[in-house]
Design a protein. Structure first.
Lengths: 246, 253
């Protein structure tokens, strides 16, 4: 019953967030700030994780190819497919759920417990639209770009790992990553990144918006937001994979 | 004028307010007093629309707030200024940006006009040199004054204060009380103050409503309190020995 009630409140909050976006100049300002905070602020960590993730995938592939019948360029091919299909969209979303989700939940939660949201409402401002919509829009704009960047760096992480350790020469790896490339896989991954961006920002905003209590509850809400959005990401990953790939 | 008609509020099984009727007048400081937990904050939140009343109506100059459409509510809210107990200042904005916020949100004025108006409001509350500071860098009394400056920025018709003196020393409390009274008379606002500060009651209480266990127990002015036979009210107002001594010596305000 509680789940249903929470889902209903979540839907109503999203309806309110999208209904009255507020003044354009405020929205633009907030959007730029959120793109900087949610997107640009995450570039560093995503770059590091993607490079190492691609490197590890490539090394593990190379280590597990024992049969001489399997060509070595399979390492490049498998690294590319793993990175594009799963790691760049899902793993990066899970990392962002931790970094960005907790940030959003604690920011909005603090505003709730210190009555800043009430102050907005009293002024006649649609607090949901003012606080949540720019965050969702920023994430929808920036998350696909971060995912593309992660794909690029992941594949090149694999390249560096293979060539620098002598597991594979560069022409063989490049032959692998250019083999049988299906642009649809890229589309599939970008669709997932959009859905995950919405989940991360909306779930964290919902948790923060309805927090009650003080600083301890804000902290707990922040953790709950990360757990909820991570589980939702995994669930939707399964649903989207079933719908889009099979 | 704000009229409250038969207003009740329940949270589940717990009824917090019972059939409250009241009228808050223009150009007067209307005080809602009562012990902690008596329901006065819930009453104020129902009046400003932060809580939906379970029963009854709130009329702003004859316009029903509870039955108003979303747009009508937004329009009424633009005429409301509220100062919260903790100030509720936007902590990621400077003092100046806080005061300018409602102006930027609801007016078409240029940036320089908005800043002029914000500076004027800050000057009105005697805070001419705090523009660039963040709320975390100023004192409690200054926060209250910034919150008042923000509340009056749009020339509101209705001003609400939730415990304006809580956490302030007696001297700063008097300054805030005087400021509220001056602004009420200057702008002819309907000012509603939620308080349990007896100094405020005696200093600025033009019209006083005493709430006890969710019921309106008494209504009158600060002179009337002195002569009221209402036991709950007198127990509340004259709770300290000092107040009892003052009463016994008949020092009326």
């Amino acid at each position: 019953m509680n789940y249903l009630e929470n889902f209903g409140r979540y839907c109503l909050l999203m309806f309110r967030a999208f209904r009255q976006p507020g003044r354009n100049r405020f929205f633009r300002e907030q959007l730029v700030r959120e793109i900087d905070s949610l997107g640009v602020g995450s570039v560093g960590i995503i770059a590091i994780i993607s490079l190492f993730m691609g490197a590890v995938i490539a090394i593990q592939m190379a280590a597990n190819i024992e049969s001489p019948l399997i060509p070595m360029y399979t390492v490049g091919y498998a690294t590319r497919e793993s990175v594009i299909l799963e790691f760049s969209s899902t793993v990066i979303a899970l990392i962002l759920a931790g970094k960005v989700g907790s940030n959003i939940a604690s920011e909005i939660g603090t505003m709730r417990v210190s009555e800043q949201i009430d102050a907005l409402e009293i002024m006649g401002v649609n607090s949901a639209g003012y606080l949540i919509l720019p965050k969702i829009t920023a994430a929808l704009l920036i998350n696909p770009i971060l995912t593309l960047m992660s794909m690029f760096l992941g594949v090149w992480g694999g390249f560096f790992a293979c060539t620098l350790t002598g597991l594979l020469d560069s022409p063989t790896y490049i032959q692998g990553i250019t083999l049988d490339f299906r642009p649809y896989h890229l589309v599939y991954s970008l669709i997932k990144s959009l859905v995950f961006a919405f989940i991360i920002t909306s779930v964290a905003s919902f948790r923060g918006y309805y927090v009650r209590g003080g600083s301890r509850e804000v902290g707990q809400t922040s953790t709950r937001a990360v757990v909820n959005s991570s589980i939702s990401i995994l669930l939707w990953n399964l649903i989207l994979t079933r719908l889009l790939l099979l | 004028m704000i009229e409250i008609k038969h207003l009740s509020k329940s949270f589940g099984e717990n009824q917090v307010l019972h059939q409250i009727d009241a009228e808050f007048e223009e150009g007067k400081t209307n005080l809602i007093i009562g012990q902690s937990g008596s329901g006065k904050t819930v009453l104020m939140k129902c009046v400003v629309g932060l809580f939906e009343p379970s029963e009854g109506d709130v009329l702003y100059s004859g316009r029903s707030f509870t039955q108003a459409s979303l747009n009508e509510k937004r329009n009424i809210r633009k005429e409301i200024g509220m100062v919260f107990q903790g100030g509720a200042l936007f902590d990621s904005m400077t003092v100046e940006e806080n005061v300018a916020f409602p102006l930027r949100m609801f007016t078409q004025e240029s940036r320089s006009e908005i800043m002029d108006r914000a500076n004027l409001c800050l000057k009105r509350v005697n805070l001419p040199n705090a523009h660039k500071l963040f709320p975390s860098e100023i004192s409690g009394g200054m926060k209250k004054r910034v919150a008042i400056a923000r509340a009056i920025a749009l020339n509101p018709k209705y001003l609400f204060f939730d415990e304006p003196n809580s956490g302030l020393d007696p001297r700063t409390s008097i300054l805030i009380d005087n400021l509220i009274q001056e602004i009420t008379q200057e702008y002819q606002t309907v000012t509603v103050i939620n308080t349990h500060d007896m100094n405020s009651v005696m200093e600025i209480g033009d019209k006083i409503f005493y709430i006890h266990k969710g019921h309106k127990h008494w209504q009158g002015d600060r002179v009337g309190i002195w002569e009221s036979p209402n036991k709950e009210l007198t127990d509340f107002v004259f709770a300290t020995r000092l107040m009892r001594d003052i009463r016994s010596k008949n020092f009326k305000p």
